[in-house]
Structures are given as C-alpha cells and as structure tokens.
Design a binder for this molecule. Structure first.
Ligand code: VGL
Ligand code: ZN
Length: 184
C-alpha cells in the first residue's frame, strides 16, 4: 500500500503512564502495536511532543499543562513496544520545541533534517493517512485536521486513541467526522 502511511501521534511515556497519563493509553499502545505488526508494508510516521524545560504550555510558565515530554527525558520517549518501528529519523516529526509556541499539530513538526510532514508525505507519494495516538482532543485532532486541509484523505483508527477527557474525546470524534475525516 504505497499510497498509504500511518501517523502515530505522541505515544510517549508522559501521555501513557507519566505526568499526563491519558485514558485508554495502554489499550491504544497495544492496538497500535498489533496494527503495525499486521501491516508491515505501510510506512510509519511518528510525532513527538518535545518541549524545552521552560515551555510556555507548562503551568509554571503560563500554560495549562503539567510539565511533560521534556527533551531528553524518559517521558518524551516513544513507548518501547513501538520504538522498533521508529527506525528512520526522516519519518519522526518533533513539535513544541520553541518555548514560546504551543504546537498541538504534528503537521507543524519537523524531522531532524528540518522537513515538514506535508513535504515528506508528498515525496513519498502518500495521499491516504491513517492517524492514531494521544490525545484525541488535542494533538490527534489538530494533526488530522491539518492533514485534511492540506488535501490528504484522513482516517482515524478509533481503537488506537487515548484521551484527556471522555466527553471531549467523543465530541472531537463527532466533529472530525463532520469535517470529512473517516473513523474506523
Ligand atoms: C498534547 C497537550 C499538550 C497532545 C501535547 O499530545 O495531545 N496535549 N501537549
Ligand atoms: Zn505538549
């Protein structure tokens, strides 16, 4: 399936069992792993929230979140079960690195070479993207919407999501579906 890629958003320890542990995270990781194992022909793209220690999204610096995904810490690392699939730095997009800017969208991330996600997907001739990850209402939603706006066909893998709030998760899914994002 050359024209399809999967985008795994923020499956990082702080969102799984750390400072911002999200609801459903263990199931989301297990289901994502099962999906990746059974679809070895699909390229896997990872998004990593990767904040400096003084990031403005942290409460202490005027934001709304506890400190999380600080660069170089365990909390910022990809879950060990998924990490073997993250073997190509060109397909890992880092976001939230500028202390002054909140970035929920993985689409705004950059790989190690400084390329954006849209640019890389086009070079790979991808036009369908499967999106999963954490958190549904924030980074998954913003990533999926930016991909849709940029012209990609976007499908959310519902069994591979985790969320901050159950009602927020359901509302975000309904709104994404209305916008033209497919839910499977
Ligand atoms: C996220 C809040 C702050 C997310 C990241 O990955 O959804 N949420 N930083
Ligand atoms: Zn963050």
């Amino acid at each position: 399936m050359k024209d399809t890629a999967i985008i795994v958003v923020d499956m990082l320890y702080d969102f799984i069992d750390g400072s911002m542990a999200c609801l459903g995270a263990d199931d989301a990781v297990a289901n994502t792993l099962a999906f990746l194992k059974s679809h070895r022909d699909i390229p896997v793209i990872f998004v990593r929230d990767n904040h400096p220690a003084n990031h403005s999204s942290f409460k202490e610096f005027g934001g709304i979140w506890p400190p999380h995904c600080v660069q170089g810490t365990h909390g910022a690392a990809i879950h060990k079960d998924l990490a073997p699939f993250a073997d190509d730095e060109g397909l890992i997009f880092y976001k939230g690195e500028n202390p002054a800017v909140e970035q929920y969208s993985g689409f705004e991330g950059r790989n190690e070479a400084g390329q954006g996600m849209g640019e890389v997907l086009r070079l790979m001739e991808i036009d369908n993207v499967l999106v999963c990850g954490i958190a549904t209402e924030y980074c998954v939603r913003n990533t999926a919407e930016d991909l849709l706006k940029d012209g990609f066909k976007v499908t959310i893998l519902m069994d591979c999501l985790a969320w901050v709030d159950a009602d927020g998760h359901k509302k975000a899914l309904a709104e994404m579906e209305n916008e033209g994002i497919r839910l499977i």
